[in-house]
Design a binder for this molecule. Structure first.
Ligand code: ADP
Ligand code: MG
Length: 144
């Protein structure tokens, strides 16, 4: 699916449509890779996603944190896990953060910014590609 937004608010509609169809897998966590340059809207999309899932408060960019885990209530998933792999140099760093454990839990929804940094340990995942068009316009393409 292809979308175009003219401001960050417009992510809401895309996110609600995306989440409506998203159900846990039978074996492992659901992983979503957010591809795109700095400033293309990956964190903005994740914030919108978190809001729809009932996460309260601000979802900060975890660039300096790498991984943030939010508990969800009354949702198909029990946790939203937001990973920003920008600063990861080797996938082992992710393994050291307990990657295998979070991926093996089918109740986890894992959203990864800069998934190409850990491509060798990512399972099959939903890909979302963000493109900067103008200052306030972004193209969002979802490959499912
Ligand atoms: P990334 O995580 O990909 O580096 P961010 O989501 O942190 O990007 O930053 C995107 C920036 O672009 C934010 O400052 C946001 O306010 C701005 N922006 C402007 N227009 C849009 C839009 N249509 N969609 C998303 N972000 C937008
Ligand atoms: Mg970001």
């Amino acid at each position: 699916m292809n979308y175009k937004t003219s401001n960050p608010e417009e992510n809401k509609k895309i996110v609600s449509e995306f989440l409506e169809k998203l159900l846990p897998k039978e074996d492992i966590a659901t992983v979503v890779g957010l591809y795109g340059d700095l400033g293309s809207g990956k964190t903005t999309f994740t914030k919108s996603l978190a809001k729809f899932l009932g996460v309260e408060g601000v979802v900060i960019s975890p660039t300096f944190v790498i991984e943030k885990i939010y508990s969800l209530e009354n949702k198909p998933f029990k946790h939203l896990i937001h990973i920003d792999a920008y600063r990861i140099e080797k996938s082992e760093e992710m393994l050291n953060l307990g990657w295998q454990k979070i991926v093996s839990d089918k109740e986890n929804l894992i959203v990864v910014e800069w998934p190409e940094r850990i491509s060798d340990i990512l399972p099959e995942h939903i890909k979302i590609k963000f493109d900067h068009i103008t200052e306030n316009e972004r193209a969002i393409e979802i490959f499912e």
